[in-house]
Design a protein around this ligand. Structure first.
Ligand code: SF4
Ligand code: SF4
Length: 71
């Protein structure tokens, strides 16, 4: 399960996530951003903040500890 997930229906292939990601997680393939290096993700959230169409979300693995805190 990748830490970051790109909604392929929302992504417009602007490349912003690639520019702001410090870990080389993304690559544009056929005009859309794809997670090609999920294990490198630092969960800095820069891509999520900068994506103009809110196409990026964190995968369930990252929410798990937060969810447990509130259960
Ligand atoms: S910043 Fe958002 S819209 Fe732009 S390429 Fe990345 S995922 Fe797609
Ligand atoms: S959260 Fe940070 S390290 Fe992870 S993919 Fe987004 S910009 Fe890259």
């Amino acid at each position: 399960m990748p830490r970051v997930i790109v909604d392929q229906n929302k992504c417009i292939g602007c490349g912003t996530c690639i520019k702001v990601c410090p870990a080389g997680v993304y690559k544009i393939v056929q005009g859309k951003a794809h997670v090609v290096n999920p294990d490198a993700c630092l969960v800095c959230r820069a891509c999520i903040t900068h994506c103009p169409v809110n196409a990026i979300t964190l995968g369930p693995r990252e929410y798990e500890p937060i969810r447990r805190l509130y259960e």
